[in-house]
Unconditional design. Structure first.
Length: 60
């Protein structure tokens, strides 16, 4: 396992494991939030654009 003797040692990381894994978790959560938020904003913009185009077509 590279520098670590066991999976347990990898998880503990010399007593710093909690902070390291929390940092990885928070980083992953932020990235996931950004992706989901961007997709939702895109869908919202597309919906608003479709509604605007429909209104313009109805007005002539």
């Amino acid at each position: 396992m590279g520098q670590f003797e066991s999976l347990q040692a990898l998880m503990e990381m010399g007593g710093h494991g909690l902070y390291v894994w929390l940092s990885y978790g928070i980083g992953a959560a932020v990235i996931i939030y950004n992706v989901v938020s961007a997709n939702m904003a895109k869908k919202n913009a597309e919906t608003r654009a479709r509604k605007y185009i429909r209104r313009q077509e109805l007005e002539g």
